[in-house]
Design a protein around this ligand. Structure first.
Ligand code: G6P
Length: 389
């Protein structure tokens, strides 16, 4: 039943809309919202060994790699263990030093990606503890890793990964929570995150209600050959993953950029024509975000914002120039009038905000592809699982 499109035109849109449910399935039987505990059966015998590792290396490709980036900060914060995040092919190109007291986490939707499997083989040979985070039950990676967690997102058919990303993200958050369960000093923070997880599905449902508005904005962007997506901190991964969604199915040259790097090069691309999406939800980096917005608007850039619902003004001086997304506001994007389109998403804990923000870009990518006449479920030149090197 899960592999029928139902009332949706494409699997991709169906899978985007499944996310409030798929993320619940990822947490089912694992997160106890009352007692504020997390139990991951597949890791229970290994958690204390992982806690003792001198380093955690997360290894993946594509969207799965972005889920690692999205949660790296939280791993660092909750475990105090050095974390590195690796693209499997680049890791193999380098053949870096790796030790028996390293833990390697392999993240893969299919569990069959050849680059990731080869990286796993490399790590096994060096005696590292290898953990799998996969969707594909019985897949090569789930069989060859010592232990692991299935993300339980259900079958994902669309080549562009959507619900697997949010479920991988939540799984990695659960692993970080589990690893820090013995840390008294992290208790308050852990409780705050678990409370955030309890509400996240309903909030994701809210974001899906922006579908029509996102479609209207997509209409104004459909002829643009390139676009920039800017984010920082937790939202750097959102920028990269959003750009990947847009380029793989709409073939627009979308580049995800770390806002802090803007001044070191990409600022040269900014003018009034190039679409710039800025992830500007409120978190501890808000002042820096505002600074980045200033850098863009000072060069006549007209950002489209992903911002917090009822959040503070983003454009200096007034809120008037920031239109909540209406079709008029979307139309203004190409008009002479300076007006900024803003998608407002519910606020959650900083480390979970990316779960809501990415949905805007998944939907935008979908509509850009459809409006350009492409089939988002079957992007040219791409495969769902790449089983060659
Ligand atoms: C392919 C897919 C991507 C996916 C990547 C990694 O390139 O088109 O959507 O993110 O492989 O796949 P995995 O199954 O390892 O997550």
């Amino acid at each position: 039943q899960q592999i029928r499109k139902g009332s949706f035109d494409h699997f991709m849109l169906k899978e985007i809309f499944e996310q409030p449910e798929s993320i619940i399935n990822t947490m089912r039987g694992r997160v106890n919202f009352q007692n504020k505990t997390v139990k991951l059966g597949g890791l229970s015998n290994y958690i204390s060994a992982i806690r003792r590792s001198r380093r955690i290396v997360m290894i993946a490709c594509g969207t799965s790699y972005h889920s690692c980036l999205a949660t790296r900060d939280l791993f660092e914060e909750l475990t105090d263990i050095p974390i590195s995040v690796e693209i499997a092919s680049y890791f193999l190109d380098r053949r870096p030093p790796l030790f028996r007291d390293d833990t390697c986490i392999f993240v893969s939707q299919s569990g069959e990606t050849m680059d990731t499997i080869f990286a796993l083989k490399y790590c096994i040979e060096r005696g590292a503890m290898c953990v799998g985070v996969v969707n594909g039950v019985g897949s090569a990676i789930s069989r060859q890793t010592l232990c692991g967690v299935h993300i339980n997102a259900g079958p994902e058919i669309g080549v562009a990964s959507t619900k697997a990303y949010t479920s991988q993200y939540i799984t990695l958050v659960m692993i970080a929570l589990s690893l820090s369960e013995d840390r008294l000093s992290k208790q308050t923070r852990r409780n705050e995150i678990i409370d955030g997880l309890a509400k996240i599905s309903a909030q994701l449902e809210e974001v899906l209600k922006l579908n029509d508005k996102i479609q209207a904005v997509a209409e104004t962007l459909v002829d643009k050959p390139k676009m920039l997506i800017l984010g920082r901190g937790y939202q750097y991964a959102t920028a990269l993953e959003g750009a990947l969604k847009i380029k793989e199915i709409s073939y627009i040259l979308a580049e995800g950029i770390l806002t802090g790097e803007l001044k070191h090069g990409p600022l040269a691309l900014v003018d009034e024509d190039i679409p710039i999406i800025m992830v500007a939800t409120k978190d501890k980096l808000f002042d820096k975000i505002i600074n980045g917005i200033g850098q863009v608007t000072a060069r006549s850039g007209k950002p489209i914002f992903i911002a917090s619902q009822n959040g503070p003004a983003l454009i200096e001086g007034s809120n008037k120039k920031e239109n909540g997304v209406t079709e008029t506001a979307a139309a203004d994007y190409n008009g002479a009038e300076k007006s900024y389109v803003k998608f407002e998403v519910p606020e959650t804990v900083d480390c979970l905000q990316g779960l809501l923000n990415i949905v805007i870009l998944q939907i935008l990518g979908y509509w850009l592809a459809v409006k350009k006449g492409y089939n988002p479920d079957h992007p040219r030149n791409l495969a769902k699982a790449v089983t060659t090197e």
